[in-house]
Design a protein around this ligand. Structure first.
Ligand code: HEC
Ligand code: HEC
Length: 275
């Protein structure tokens, strides 16, 4: 634990150093307050203990709230995502992970380069809204296959190349030992079903979204991963590898042969999510 904390602090310090030590600032010192590096986490401490109300979240999801449009209009009626828009499945994703993403979009620690909308939308949501909507999305129980992308359709459309499931399966379950690529399951659990609260579910995620995120982790345009874990993994993947793992993951079942039980992964009680 101690070693982990030290590593975390070191990572935070390095992050801060990297931001402060840019060429621009070295040449022209900016006022200290404005130049301050972003905090280690953009989520205020008080927000950590806010319980989410899934019913209130369902209302925002369907109707929007204030400046925030209905989430449903892009993420689908049941939050299963959409390959044509490049939106992710949110249904059944972990509460803590979802809420973290909303704070990071709001603080521009993560940028939506696909449609350019999520940063503004996240800023329009209050702390309570963020907890409510994350609780709602985490509570949606839909089969993974319900959001499996139609790879034939994507292939026919021709905008995004489609990989081979059987090649992706090997990487997801065993990694690529000769290139030091770890198995995705070593962090994301069996078939990418998620290891909450830190490791999101990636099995049953939309194909186009998976491809986009893996390329963004690889080129560093998404850099909100704790300890740069995903950047290290994706940095070793070729385009082919990315298309192959995404092809396998989008319809990867969360249970293994002979074991029909998906382990219960309770999240903090403060989440107010009924499992
Ligand atoms: C106009 C379309 C649009 C609307 C409306 C929209 N989103 Fe999104 N959302 C996106 C896109 C596109 C992405 C993927 C961004 C990327 O590629 O990095 C995304 C990503 C996300 C993610 C990241 C999920 C993950 O797995 O990391 C969350 C969380 C999210 N949206 C929540 C919401 C919520 C909550 C609402 C409603 C208040 C909403 N979105 C409304 C387009 C939309
Ligand atoms: C060392 C641990 C680790 C390994 C191994 C790992 N990941 Fe991840 N991954 C993470 C973490 C941590 C996050 C969450 C980052 C965040 O909080 O935004 C993540 C997030 C992701 C996301 C974004 C999910 C979303 O909803 O936006 C994708 C896609 C992903 N990983 C794919 C993979 C694939 C494919 C592999 C195997 C080739 C893999 N990961 C291996 C740690 C890991």
């Amino acid at each position: 634990m101690r070693r982990f904390l030290t590593a975390l602090l070191a990572a935070a310090a390095l992050g801060a150093f990297g931001v402060v030590w840019s060429e621009e600032q070295a040449a022209e010192p900016a006022p200290a307050a404005e130049a301050a590096a972003p905090a280690a986490t953009p989520m205020p401490m008080e927000a950590l203990t806010l319980a989410g109300n899934a019913e209130a979240g369902a209302k925002i999801f369907a109707e929007g709230k204030g400046e925030a449009p209905p989430c449903m209009s892009c993420h689908g009626e049941k939050g299963l995502g959409d390959d044509n828009m490049g939106t992710p499945r949110l249904a059944g994703q972990g509460f803590v992970y979802l809420r973290k993403q909303l704070y990071e979009f709001a603080a521009d620690r993560r940028t939506d380069t696909t449609m350019g909308v999520m940063n503004g939308i996240a800023r329009a949501l209050s702390d309570q809204d963020k907890a409510d909507i994350s609780a709602y999305e985490a509570s949606i129980r839909e089969d993974v296959l319900a959001s499996a992308s139609n790879l034939e359709e994507i292939k026919a459309a021709g905008a995004v190349p489609v990989g081979e499931k059987h090649l992706g399966k090997g990487i997801v379950l065993y990694g690529i030992p000769e290139r030091n690529v770890p198995a995705c399951t070593s962090c994301h659990q069996y078939n990418g079903r998620g290891a909450l609260p830190v490791y999101p579910s990636i099995g049953g995620q939309r194909y186009v979204y998976l491809v986009n995120q893996l390329k963004m982790w690889r080129d560093g345009s998404r850099a909100n991963d704790p300890l740069a874990q995903m950047r290290a993994v994706a940095g070793k993947l070729s385009d082919e590898d990315i298309y192959n793992v995404a092809a396998y993951l989008t319809s990867a079942p969360p249970i293994s042969i002979g074991n029909s039980r998906q382990p219960h992964q309770p999240e903090p009680a403060a989440a107010g999510v009924a499992h």
